[in-house]
Design a protein around this ligand. Structure first.
Ligand code: ZN
Length: 423
C-alpha cells in the first residue's frame, strides 16, 4: 500500500476579496497552501479543527465541504469564490492549519487548546480536555470576528457594506472569514490561550495589548512567509519594504469597509497630510501615552516589524552591493527578475526566523502578568537556547529595536544588561 501524501494542497485568497477586483493585485490574490496531510471528515473536521457552518441569523446549515472528493483532491480544493460557503469552509480550515503548523514547528511540540473549566456542585473546578477548536465561518451578522475562550470557538461575522467610495460598493457582503489575516489573528488568540490561559486576566496594561499584538505579529509574518507575494511586492517596491506595500496593510478590506484603518496598518505607518504613506518612527515614550489594548499593542508590533526590517537590510546588503556595483543606488526602472527572486527569498527567510523567534518566546514567558519587556526577555532567552552563537546578530537587533520603542525587561541591572548584550 502506498504512503499517504505529505500535504494537502488547498487554494485560498492571499489578501481579501476586494483585491481580486483591483487590476494591480488580481494576479497575486490566490495562494495554494500546503496543509500537512490528515484524515478529514466533511466540515472539514480533522485532528485540531472542526468547521461548523451554521448561520444563526438565517437559520441555515450550509452543506459541509468534502475535501476528500476526488475532484477537489485533483485541483487543490475549491476555486476561490466569495459566493460559495464551501470555499469559505476550505479557507478557514487551510489558514488555521498553517498557523497551527507554524506554532508546532517553532515550539517543537504539539499544541493544545486551553482546557474547559467546569464547576462542580461541590464548588470545585475540574478541567476537561478540548480536542478540537470549533470554527463558525458565518456565526454573526456583524462587523466582527473573535475567539471565545468559553466556547473554545472562533466566530466570524459578515456584514453589508454601507459606505460608498472608490473602494466600496454599498450592499456588498464582506466576509471576515475570507481574510487570511483575520483568520490567522483569531487562531493565534486561541493558540496563545492554550499555552497561557491566564493572559486573559488584565493585571497590567500590557496583558490585553500583548494578546492583540502577538496575534497581529503572527498574521503579519505568516503572510511574509509566502514567497510568491513577497516577490511581487519586492518587484513593485524595488526591494525596499519600508515603502508602502500590501503586506503592511493587513485586513485591508475589513478596514476599508468599516471605515477605520486597521490597528496593524497604523502600527507600521500612516498617511501624512499630503496623503503620502510614511513609516512610523520609533518613539521611546509612546508607551507612556497609549493604554487602549489595540493602540498599545501596535507599539509592540512596530518594534518587532522594525527588528525585521533591520534584519532584512543586514541580510540583503550584499545583494544590493552586487546589483549596484557598490554604489548603493539601483538604476531607474524595474529591477532584474533574478534580483527580485533572491531578495524575496532573503526576506521570506528573515520573516520566518522572526516569526519563529516570537512564537518560541511564549514558552519562556511568565504564566501571569506578562509585560512587553517579559516578551523581549523570552525572545532573547529562547533564541539563546536555539542558536547560542547568534552569528547573525539577530538578538542585538531585537534589543536595539525594542529599546528604541521604550521596551525593556523588568528589574534588569547593569550586570544583567551586560550579559544580555554579550551572549
Ligand atoms: Zn484580536
Amino acid at each position: 500500500m502506498s504512503q499517504p501524501p505529505v500535504a494537502r494542497r488547498l487554494r485560498v485568497l492571499a489578501f481579501d476579496p476586494s483585491l481580486a477586483t483591483q487590476l494591480e493585485t488580481a494576479i497575486i490574490n490566490q495562494l495554494t497552501l500546503h496543509v500537512k496531510w490528515e484524515e478529514l471528515d466533511k466540515g472539514p473536521i480533522g485532528e485540531y479543527i472542526e468547521v461548523i457552518d451554521y448561520d444563526p441569523a438565517s437559520g441555515v446549515f450550509y452543506e459541509p465541504v468534502d475535501l476528500n472528493h476526488r475532484y477537489l483532491l485533483a485541483q487543490d480544493g475549491l476555486q476561490p469564490s466569495e459566493s460559495d460557503p464551501q470555499f469559505h469552509q476550505q479557507m478557514v480550515y487551510a489558514v488555521a492549519m498553517v498557523t497551527i503548523q507554524n506554532f508546532e514547528r517553532a515550539l517543537g511540540r504539539v499544541t493544545f487548546w486551553s482546557d474547559h473549566r467546569v464547576r462542580l456542585d461541590s464548588g470545585d473546578y475540574v478541567t476537561q480536555f478540548v480536542r478540537r477548536l470549533r470554527i463558525y465561518p458565518h456565526a454573526i451578522r456583524d462587523r466582527n470576528a473573535y475567539y471565545s475562550p468559553s466556547k473554545k470557538a472562533l466566530l466570524f461575522g459578515y456584514f453589508p457594506v454601507t459606505r460608498k467610495d472608490k473602494d466600496n460598493v454599498p450592499g456588498t457582503l464582506v466576509f471576515t472569514c475570507l481574510s487570511h489575516d483575520i483568520i490567522a489573528h483569531e487562531v493565534t488568540h486561541a493558540l496563545l490561550d492554550g499555552v497561557h490561559p491566564r493572559f486573559n486576566e488584565s493585571t497590567n496594561p500590557d496583558v490585553h495589548a500583548f494578546h492583540e499584538a502577538f496575534a497581529d505579529i503572527v498574521s503579519l509574518f505568516q503572510h511574509f512567509s509566502y514567497p510568491e507575494i513577497l516577490e511581487d511586492q519586492i518587484r513593485r517596491t524595488r526591494g525596499d519594504l519600508e515603502t508602502e506595500n500590501l503586506l503592511s496593510q493587513l485586513a485591508q478590506q475589513f478596514g476599508q469597509a468599516t471605515g477605520r484603518s486597521g490597528a496593524l496598518r497604523d502600527a507600521l505607518g500612516t498617511k501624512n497630510q499630503n496623503n503620502k504613506w510614511e513609516p512610523r518612527q520609533p518613539n521611546a515614550h509612546a508607551l507612556e501615552e497609549s493604554f487602549a489594548p489595540h493602540a498599545r499593542g501596535a507599539i509592540l508590533v512596530a518594534a518587532v516589524f522594525r527588528a525585521f526590517l533591520l534584519i532584512y537590510r543586514l541580510e540583503s546588503a550584499d545583494l544590493f552591493r552586487i546589483a549596484t556595483n557598490g554604489t548603493g543606488s539601483l538604476p531607474d526602472g524595474d529591477i532584474h527578475p533574478d534580483l527580485a527572486r533572491r531578495l524575496s527569498s532573503e526576506a521570506s527567510i528573515c520573516a520566518d526566523r522572526v516569526l519563529q523567534m516570537c512564537i518560541r518566546a511564549i514558552d519562556y514567558c511568565p504564566p501571569v502578568d506578562i509585560t512587553f519587556g517579559d516578551f523581549l526577555r523570552g525572545i532573547i532567552t529562547a533564541d539563546m537556547d536555539y542558536a547560542p552563537e547568534d552569528e547573525d546578530g539577530y538578538r542585538i537587533v531585537f534589543i536595539q529595536s525594542f529599546r528604541e520603542w521604550g521596551i525593556h525587561p523588568r528589574k534588569i541591572t547593569r550586570g544583567h544588561l551586560k550579559t544580555f548584550l554579550i551572549v
